[in-house]
Write a protein that binds this ligand. Structure first.
Ligand SMILES: Cc1ncc(COP(=O)(O)O)c(C=O)c1O
Length: 407
């Protein structure tokens, strides 16, 4: 286990912990977060991307230490270590060694995305999205008066078609907003797809905004590769040229179940973007609260073993879901996710309308995310969050299977 500069600088992050704890239904219902409190008490929620795993003890301790001391004054203490801790985490888990001096701390992932779009693209510019896509990406464009350049993934395997991507770019296209690994499909883009993105970005001098918040939660058969670190994978200087046009955004929020704490980081490889960010008044970057920064710092310092346990737990849930769909919902379309704890499921064959989640909420009392929110082509799909106990996942699937068997 590393101790390193953070220990030297003061904060103590406790001992690593490997055991995964999953909340029971009654423990989850006692929480005030939106996942378990939005719907009536007879509904089982599997929608928003919060896990039913208890966040690790070292993250809770980091917040509890601040609370115990009442250490709530203005503070830079935890925030200023995050760039270095993020860089060390990336090096250990993904083989990428970003320069901490190029890492900026943001309040959340979408904040970094919004600033990048605002600072480096103009109203009317086209921004590429690979649809279906995490719904706030679509909103990120509307709010900034940017134009959607829709590049649908191929529904047979959710692959990126390089020709479709190249053909979609026009001279007012200025950025690709990439979700890698991909929410909702769980794809981990392979070498060919990554190279296709790199070629288009460099050829058209685009900004690549690479949201890699799911990068740690990859199943064993896939490997996440940061887009800013493709130097050794790509021919010639293409990787370096790509890195010089990329902002990589990440957080501890998905990996360690900390979304309510609001803290993210971005590695800004694009010099024009870095210059514009540096010129902003500090308040335009926001200021992360010390609990979020302390928890993220703890996770990136001692979270290695916990992550290994969480990944194995989540792979078991994914496999459980795949088996249950095959056995009990055989008409549902599902392609095994390579990453995330999300399942993108086509319920079109059951013919319960374009919004199957509404039908299922009413008849099965399960709450799923509506496919239509994920952009063009999402009608008839649902997104199901599998990060719960095996028992609850079975109950959710029992309810769906019973209701859908009746149609
Ligand atoms: C692709 C993607 N980006 C960003 C976020 C939001 O992350 P945060 O709220 O931690 O900033 C999510 C949440 O599910 C996500 O799936």
């Amino acid at each position: 286990m590393r101790t390193g500069s953070v220990t030297r600088a003061g904060p103590h992050y406790g001992r690593p912990m490997t055991a995964i704890e999953v909340r029971s239904e009654s423990e989850s219902r006692a929480l005030r977060g939106i996942k378990w409190s939005r719907d009536p008490a007879d509904v089982l929620p599997a929608w928003v991307a919060d896990m039913d795993l208890v966040p690790p003890a070292f993250a809770r301790d980091a917040v509890a230490d601040l609370a115990r001391l009442g250490d709530f004054g203005y503070s830079r203490h935890h925030t200023e270590h995050l760039p270095e801790l993020f860089a060390e985490w990336q090096a250990r888990h993904h083989g990428w060694s970003p320069d901490p001096a190029e890492v900026v701390v943001f309040n959340d992932v979408l904040h970094a995305i919004a600033q990048s779009i605002h600072l480096l693209t103009d109203p009317g510019d086209g921004i590429v999205l690979l649809t279906p896509i995490y719904p706030p990406f679509l909103k990120a464009l509307d709010g900034g008066f940017r134009r959607l350049v829709d590049v649908p993934l191929d529904p047979d395997g959710w692959r990126l078609d390089p020709e479709r991507l190249a053909a979609a770019i026009d001279d007012r296209t200025s950025a690709i907003l990439l979700c890698s690994p991909h929410n909702p499909t769980g794809r981990v883009f392979d070498a060919e797809e990554r190279a296709a993105i790199a070629r288009v970005v460099v050829e058209h001098d685009l900004l690549l905004i690479s949201d890699e918040v799911w990068g740690d939660l990859v199943h064993p058969e896939a490997r996440h590769r940061p887009m800013a670190d493709l130097g050794r994978d790509l021919d010639g200087d293409l990787g370096n040229q790509l890195a010089a046009r990329t902002i990589t955004i990440s957080a501890a929020s998905k990996t360690f179940n900390l979304a309510g704490l609001r803290c993210a980081v971005a590695h800004v490889g694009s010099k024009p973007l870095a210059r514009r960010l540096a010129a902003l008044p500090p308040h335009a970057l926001g200021a992360v609260g010390s609990p979020g920064a302390a928890a993220a710092g703890a996770c990136w310092t001692v979270g290695h073993e916990w992550l290994a346990s969480a990944r194995s737990f989540l792979t078991d849930r994914r496999d459980q879901l795949a088996k249950r769909l095959e056995d009990d919902l055989p008409a549902a379309g599902y392609q095994l996710a390579e990453a995330t704890y999300l399942a993108w499921i086509d319920l079109g064959p059951y013919d319960v309308g374009p919004e199957p989640q509404e039908w299922l909420l009413e008849r099965a009392r399960v709450a799923l995310s509506p496919g239509g929110d994920f952009g063009p082509g999402g009608a008839g799909f649902v997104r199901l969050n599998t990060a719960t106990s095996p028992e609850l996942l079975d109950r959710i699937l029992d309810r769906m299977a019973t209701a859908l068997a009746a149609v």
